[in-house]
Design a protein around this ligand. Structure first.
Ligand SMILES: Nc1ncnc2c1ncn2[C@@H]1O[C@H](COP(=O)(O)OP(=O)(O)OP(=O)(O)O)[C@@H](O)[C@H]1O
Ligand SMILES: [Mg+2]
Ligand SMILES: [Zn+2]
Length: 635
């Protein structure tokens, strides 16, 4: 056993090695997120580092690599892009750190030299692309140096997840490689903050008890708020008002569908704004023109679908409005995050109407086609390859397949066809080249197996994300804390933390009441009691009519809460049911005719064991102009 003194000596030696290594990178100190993570790498714990772009993830493996290198250790870095690897190798080499990238960009002879160098222990850091792991010869090389392998670092690790935004089947080979080589340390890095992608990374890489480091996702100059909107005309006028009131720069408005994008743009135009639309349904040149005009600062506002954004780096977007409910907190945060790149104060507004949730539910359903449709698309493309011909317009392929599906008795919309193609491609059952989309058989062990159940689970995950967005919309406390906690950001786990820069923090600071009135609390309790009494046998519509007392079926005579919402409007009760769902008090079954039931929490609220004020329920907006609101106006 080591004495305390020798422990201290060893610790000091390690600290020296770290300081020396850091100096080689020309940095004065580590950033807070980096030091914790690097300590875990040294401790030999598998780590997953989730940090935003530019946070300095590379240093988290390069620094340990240099320290290991002093003792002859080799670090293998898996990275998906040759250009990225090249940049890193150049800058490491310039700092006197022996690094190399083994890529297909090098000629055969050069590759042989590199491999010899790796075997001879010439390099401290070796970058490889995931395709390398296809080659048995390369695996041989790795076996030969396995004893010297100090760390395997996987950069852009979200590429391993079929549900990430950038799935690379070759990343799937890594699991087996890691299992065989059993490196003493393994670290994965990504900027993607999706919880299930992180879980997938750990699972696919076979990490046991990985330490998750999530840090740095806050964007302090973004001011978040939710504005309740009534029907379409209310939304349009609020939208125009928001754009008009922005403080300089330009506004970006996101819509859930192409049709909505066009409609909002038309409204903004008639309100006198310089506006362009951007979505995937436009001709390339129209879209490019819109983007160029936007980039040139010649617009007040651009209205877009989520097709907009990749690579858009305009620094003075002063306002990002989501005119429709986005489908997930991830999408929302990323899209809102396009604002304020220059670091100046920027508003991110969610225009919220509870009815919009239904649109997103519909879109989620369309994203998960049935097994029959998937099978039919694959068979069609196998039996009649000419159907897979690719033209410059995505829509043409979709329309063609849709027509053929219709002839086979599958009446589906274009979104379903698009989703089927994407899913089949992701599972290696369709392959695309320049000319056509062709049916293939997936390569086993590389492409994830396509099973319908996992698609269903995936759809449930998406519905869960949508519910989280609804919760966000109704959340009565700090919105920044809500989102950053969802992402797992270690600095924002405390529910009482306040950012001071969101509508709720401001309202709380100004002493505005954000709680529910007694009448509202009573309404919530009786509706939950009714749902509890009906015991999951009926859907929203039926529950609503029983609540309103308009349902005169004698079988409900015994139900005490029947008519408990008398005098309310049907839409209000429906919306309240949705709001209670959003707050996790009611759950709907799946399927064509969903029935609703209370969750455990819902039951507890109904009997007064939990205070509804604790749950962030906010009463739905009243949309009718004729009927006076039964709700107290709060803002
Ligand atoms: N401790 C530090 N002190 C100062 N600068 C740093 C530090 N760590 C990293 N940097 C700098 O931050 C920049 C971004 O680093 P890096 O490329 O590693 O980011 P990243 O997290 O990998 O981002 P991406 O997701 O875009 O790949 C680099 O210019 C790097 O030199
Ligand atoms: Mg990086
Ligand atoms: Zn806040």
């Amino acid at each position: 056993m080591l004495s305390t003194a020798s422990h201290a000596r060893e610790g000091a030696a390690h600290a020296d090695a770290l300081t020396r290594a850091l100096a080689r990178f020309g940095h004065g100190s580590l950033r807070p997120g980096q030091s914790d993570l690097i300590a875990d790498v040294f401790a030999g714990r598998p780590v997953i580092g989730v940090m935003p772009t530019g946070a300095g993830k590379s240093l988290c493996y390069q620094l340990p690599a240099v320290v290991f290198g002093e003792r002859g250790g080799v670090t293998l870095v898996v990275s998906p892009l040759i250009a990225l690897m090249k940049d890193q190798v150049d800058s490491l080499t310039a700092r006197g750190i022996p690094a190399v990238a083994l890529t297909s960009a090098a000629g055969a002879e050069e590759q042989r030299d590199i491999i010899d160098g790796i075997k001879a222990g010439m390099y401290t850091i070796v970058y490889v692309a995931p395709e390398r792991f296809r080659s048995p010869r390369f695996i041989e090389v790795l076996r030969a140096i396995a004893g010297k392998l100090a760390l395997i670092a996987i950069d852009e690790a979200h590429c391993i997840s079929e549900w990430g935004h950038d799935f690379r089947p070759d990343y799937r080979r890594l699991g087996a490689v890691i299992q065989e080589l059993a490196p003493p340390r393994i670290a994965a890095f990504t900027a993607t903050a999706t919880p299930e992608v992180r879980r997938d990374i750990a699972l696919q890489l076979g990490m046991t008890a990985p330490k998750l480091h999530v840090r740095g996702f806050d964007r302090p100059n973004l001011y978040y708020s939710v504005v309740k909107a009534g029907g379409a005309s209310d939304k349009a006028s609020q939208l125009a008002e928001l754009v008009r009131m922005r403080e300089g720069g330009v506004a970006l408005v996101y819509a859930a569908t192409r049709k909505n994008a066009e409609a909002y743009a038309a409204e903004l135009k008639s309100a006198g704004m310089r506006v362009r639309v951007y979505h995937a349904g436009l001709e390339d040149n129209v879209r490019e023109k819109a983007q160029d005009t936007f980039m040139a600062g010649k617009l007040d506002v651009i209205v877009a679908t989520n097709a907009f954004g990749m690579g858009v780096d305009k620094s003075d977007i002063r306002l990002v409005v989501h005119a429709d409910m986005p489908r997930s907190p991830e999408a929302y945060y990323q899209e809102a995050g396009r604002g304020g790149r220059d670091g100046r104060p920027t508003r991110c507004v969610l225009l919220f109407n509870h009815g919009d949730v239904r649109l997103q539910e519909f879109l989620i359903d369309a994203s998960y086609p049935s097994a029959d449709v998937l099978r039919a698309v694959w068979k069609m493309l196998r039996d009649r390859p000419q159907l897979g011909e690719l033209t410059p317009y995505d829509d043409e392929l979709e329309a063609r397949l849709r027509k053929q599906l219709g002839a086979l008795g599958h009446q589906v919309n274009g979104a379903v066809v698009g989703a089927a193609v994407r899913i089949l491609e992701r599972h290696g059952m369709l392959r695309r080249d320049d000319e056509r989309l062709a049916a293939t058989r997936p390569e086993p062990g590389v492409f994830p197996v396509l099973d319908v159940e996992s698609l269903q689970r995936r759809a449930d995950v998406e519905r869960g994300k949508l519910r989280t967005m609804v919760e966000y919309a109704y959340y009565p406390r700090c919105r920044r804390q809500f989102v950053l906690e969802y992402f797992g950001d270690e600095d924002w786990t405390n529910r009482d933390k306040k950012c001071g820069a969101c509508d709720n923090c401001e309202a709380i600071a100004h002493g505005k009441q954000t709680g529910l009135s007694q009448t509202e609390q009573n309404a919530i309790r009786s509706l939950l009691l009714l749902v509890g009494a009906l015991d999951g046998r009926f859907g929203r519509t039926r529950v609503t009519s029983i609540a309103l007392g308009t349902e005169d079926d004698p079988k409900f005579d015994e139900v005490v809460e029947r008519g408990c919402m008398r005098g309310w409007r049907k839409e209000q009760v429906m919306d309240l049911l949705r709001a209670l769902e959003g707050a996790g008090l009611i759950e709907a079954s799946r399927g064509e005719y969903p029935t609703i039931h209370n969750t455990k929490r819902g039951d507890q609220v109904s009997v007064g064991r939990i205070d509804p004020n604790e749950l962030g329920i906010q009463m739905p907006t009243v949309t009718s102009r004729k009927q006076r609101s039964r709700f107290k106006k709060r803002r």
